[in-house]
Each structure stands twice: as C-alpha cells, then as structure tokens.
Design a protein. Structure first.
Length: 582
C-alpha cells in the first residue's frame, strides 16, 4: 500500500547576483512591489506597466571560466608519461594499458556543512580530499581526516554505505590487488574494505574503474557495483573484478557479499561477454520502481540489465535495442526530451579517418550513441537526429541544465595520450558542450561558452560548488591538472534545487525520482537522484531544475522514494535549495 507524507524543511541557498558570488544575496528592494503600473506622483498619469515579478528575461547565455588554480586545485592526476604494469602477450597492445585511462573524482558533502567537497584520485600518489571552504576555494584536508594512505586510485564514489547518515568513500584501484572502502565516523575515515567484504580481493591485480551505488534489493541500504577494464589475456584464467556487492542491510549495515553470478550480472556470461567495463549506473529506466543496471563496456559489449521481481536482473540489452556503441566509455542518463522517461547517452570514439589495422589500433570509429527511451523497455538510436555523434575520443559525460532553461543539455570530455602515432590526432580533443534546442536536437556551443578545453580529460562531474544556483563542471585529466569551470550567468534564469533526506540506511534518497511542475498544466521535469559513476566520476546527488524565465511559485513537486512512499508539495518558492525529508 502506497503511503503519502509531507515533511519538508526549506533552506534558501542563494539567488540572483553574479555567478561567482557565494552565499545568500542581499534582501531585494520591495518598494512598490504590489503596484500593477507605474504612476507619476505629481500628475497621477499611468505610465508603462511594471515588469511581471514572475518572469525573468529568459535569455541567459552562461560563460564558463576555468578557476581550478585559484580554487586550489594544483595537483596532477598522474606523472606525465606514466605507464605502469603494462603486462600483455601482445606487445603492440601495450600502449593501450589501462594506466593511460586514469583520472577520477567524486563530488559530495562529506562533512555535512552544505558545501560540496571533492575527492580526486591519483595513479602514482595518494588521492586528495578537498574541503569546500565556502569562499570559492578548497582546502586539502586529506591527512586531517585519515585519508591518503593508498596509491593507484582511479574511480571514486561517495555513499552512506553503513546507513549512519554520513558519507563513506569507495575508491577503485588500478595497480594493487584490491579496492578501498573508507568508513566515516565523526569526521574521520578508516579503511575497512577487507573487513566489510568490499575489497574484491581475489589475489590478482585489479584494473578498477568506476563505482556506483544503488539499492537494487530495496532493503533500504546501498549496494555497490564496480567495473574493471583489462587487456590481460587470456581472460578466462583470471577472476573478473566487475562485481555486484550486496549490502547485508539491517543485520550488518555496510558489510557486503559478492552476488554477481547469483543476480545474473556477470560480464563473462551472455552474447557480449567481456572484461572491459568502464562505467555502471543503477537507474530505473523502465519506471517500474525497481533499479536496473546500465553498464558501459568497451568493444561492443555494453549491457542493460532489467531489475526483476526475483530481486535479481535480466539481460535485456539486445531486446531493448541498445549496446551498438563500438567503444563505450562514459555514461549519462536523463530525460533530455521532456517526455517523462529516462534516456541513455554513451561516449565512444569517432574516427572517420581510421587508417590502421586491428593490431596497430584496435578501436572503433563511429562515435557516440544516444538512445531515446520509447517506453516498454525499448529504445531508439537517435544519435544522428540529435547531432551528438562526433565527440573525438570520448570519456566522462553528463546531462545537466547549464543555462537553467528547463531542458537537459549534454557535456563530454575526451582525449588520449597513447604513445603511438595513430592516436596523436586525439591529443587536442576539446570538450563538447551540446545545448539542448528543445526540439530533440543539440548544438555544440562549447567555444562560445568558454569551455573549449583541449586536454586529456577523463572523469567529469557537475556540481554547484559556489551555491549560486547554476551548475559548474569539474574535469579530472589524466597526467595533468584538473579543470574547474565556474558557470557565470546560468542563474540569470530561475532554478530550484532539491536535496533529499531518506529514512533508514539510504539517507540521501539515492534512487528517488523527483518531478517538478513549473506552472499548472505544464508537463513535469523529471530527475533521478543517483550516486553512480559517469566514468571515473560522480556528480552531486542533488536534483537540479532550471525554470527558465519563470520566477514565481513552483506549482508542484513530487518525490517518489525508493521505499515506495510519495511526497507531494505545492506552491514552492523558486531560487532555493529545498531539503525534503521522507
């Protein structure tokens, strides 16, 4: 039986002002706000009507500025030229070692102060936890909180894995023989992966990539899916480290069992068996209230598993008409066409001038994929219709509404530094920022928006680090410094941000679906709250809605919690961070 409850705390975060200003704005001048027209005090003549207080200009044209250095991000993800542990029976494949595909980060408010912090991984040095100071800068607090004792880190993710209300940290490893789980208590972290069954220790070297969290069995606690990409052969002689780890839940919160085979999600079984996993996402693509698992794999091996009533998964890849990407790497899921269901974008390699044989290169050529959700567990490939095929050598990606006009835009990073001649043309790949035209198509506006960034980008995440109501972009680069692109002007349009507080072990409401109706009679905007990797990166777990020119009270909001509860609210002030409790 569905229960309904309204329990909410309103928190005004920021509104108006310039995009680089942080914190709450000054109180507006309310003189004459009730007047419908301007009247000359001396003559009583009626002049021009006042501006509608419920409407903004609606023509925001944001510009991004890279502020990484001034914000305090001066590290390098790996030493340039790093190539560690390239072991293969094919010497020609050695340049494609996984050690050339590193650079991860995760966004989350680990200390609960309302500011989004960032953890970055590094291949040949310990990872770094940057605490958001709230003034536009970040402070390295790694040693202060008990982190910084591992090298070889690659992917990372924040999640309340033990159900105690604060964020824990999971870090995949590319060089060692296990992954790391840091459990937080009173602001400090302790590494407990082995003790909690989350290390995936098999005695063999790991080549870990992304990690994602979601409650697939609906017991109120977050489970883990972690991916591995390896070119070591023969594959069947070593264990597969792309695994599904089930949280034991209320009996032993934050302790895990490997249920990969039991739940039907082994990458070594099925018609597209492989060991080249890059990114995975827990998401409800068929809107049936159960978590599905979308896994992006290299070499035409991406998979889609539907959650079923047995609390396991069914491979629906071929029947759903997805998985046609030749070199899937990054994953983004969102309702780009505003029809109420979630669509799937996968980054890959676009190389129309491919001039080498399989041994010399070994990569695909035909670019990204955008799969439009048609309902009924069916998708249509609309890549060319939407205009998002060409992205160079793609990696991290995300759907996000950068201009706050209500439509989800799309961003991807790219580039490689493989030490061979055929890949040189990808060294200067630039970021693609596709603006949603609102008619099912996109236009690349990256140069005009100031995010025309060449470099070897890998992990990408979106977050409102400066609390000004528009979304900024952090890009982790392999063997170079990261970029933090501050969004200047996106908040000229209206916005509403929704942060969830769930009951039980899933304290952030991961897996909830949030819908906002701007005006009565308009179709809802839909967002899903996730803690999954787009590729080595995790964006903030906050539902962000652009409202366009609208600045009045938002007509309605609905939260469908993973537990089955539904929270409904109406007449909500815009330009605020709204905290909704289950």
């Amino acid at each position: 039986m569905m229960r309904f409850r309204i329990s909410v705390l309103l928190v005004v975060a920021a509104c108006g002002g310039k995009a680089h200003e942080i914190g709450p704005p000054p109180e507006p001048d309310r003189a004459g706000e009730d007047a419908g027209t301007d009247t000359d005090a001396a003559t009583g003549a009626v002049g021009a009507p006042t501006v509608d207080p419920n409407e903004l200009s609606g023509d925001a044209e944001p510009v991004f500025t890279d502020v990484a250095e001034e914000a305090g991000f001066t590290h390098e993800q790996a030493t340039p030229g790093t190539q560690i542990g390239c072991r293969t029976e094919r010497p020609a494949a050695c340049p494609y070692s996984s050690t050339h595909m590193t650079g991860g980060a995760a966004a989350g408010d680990y200390d609960g102060d309302g500011l989004i912090d960032l953890y970055v991984t590094r291949l040949d040095a310990p990872g770094i936890l940057y605490r958001n100071r709230g003034d536009g800068t970040f402070q390295d607090v790694t040693a202060d909180v008990g982190l910084g004792d591992e090298t070889g880190g690659n992917g990372a993710g924040w999640g309340d894995l033990d159900g105690d209300g604060d964020l824990d940290l999971y870090v995949t490893n590319l060089l060692g023989d296990r992954h790391h789980l840091y459990i937080q208590a009173a602001g400090r972290f302790e590494e407990q992966a082995v003790a909690r069954g989350a290390a995936t220790d098999t005695g063999y070297r790991h080549e870990g990539f992304s990690v994602g969290f979601g409650d697939f069995d609906h017991d109120g606690f977050l489970d883990i899916h972690v991916t591995e990409w390896t070119n070591r052969k023969p594959w069947e002689l070593e264990p597969n480290h792309t695994m599904l780890l089930r949280n034991r839940g209320a009996t032993r919160p934050g302790h895990f069992d490997d249920v990969t085979a039991q739940m039907g999600v082994s990458m070594l079984e099925g018609p597209r068996a492989n060991r080249v996993g890059f990114a995975s996402t827990f998401t409800d693509l068929d809107d049936d209230g159960r978590m599905d698992l979308a896994v992006v794999n290299d070499f035409r091996a991406s998979r889609l598993f539907w959650g079923d009533a047995r609390e396991g998964f069914i491979d629906g890849t071929i029947a759903a008409r997805v998985g046609g990407d030749l070199n899937g790497m990054g994953s983004a899921i969102g309702d780009y066409d505003r029809d109420g269901d979630l669509d799937w974008f996968i980054t890959a390699i676009h190389d129309p001038d491919y001039m080498c044989d399989d041994i010399e290169c070994g990569w695909g050529t035909n670019g990204n994929r955008l799969y439009r959700n048609e309902g009924g567990r069916l998708f249509t490939d609309v890549t060319d219709l939407a205009g998002v095929r060409e992205g160079g050598w793609g990696w991290g990606t995300a759907f996000f509404d950068y201009d706050n006009d209500g439509d989800l835009d799309l961003i991807m990073t790219n580039g490689v530094d493989f030490p061979n001649e055929p890949s040189v043309k990808f060294l200067d790949d630039r970021v693609r920022l596709w603006r949603n035209r609102g008619d099912g198509t996109f236009e690349d506006v990256a140069p005009e928006a100031g995010i025309d960034d060449p470099g070897d980008g890998k992990g990408l995440m979106v977050l409102d680090y400066d609390r000004d109501g528009d979304l900024d972009v952090f890009i982790a680069r392999h063997a170079s410094r990261p970029a933090l692109f501050r969004n200047d002007g996106g908040n000229d349009n209206g916005w509403l941000r929704v942060q969830l507080v769930g009951e039980g072990g899933n304290s952030a409401g991961i897996g909830a679906r949030v819908s906002v109706v701007r005006r009565d009679g308009e179709p809802p905007m839909v967002r899903e709250v996730r803690a999954s990797g787009q590729f080595l990166g995790q964006s903030e777990a906050i539902a962000h809605f652009g409202l366009g020119s609208f600045a009045g009270a938002v007509h309605g909001l609905e939260v469908r919690w993973p537990s089955g509860e539904v929270t409904r609210m109406s007449e909500l002030e815009s330009r605020q961070l709204l905290t909704v409790r289950e």
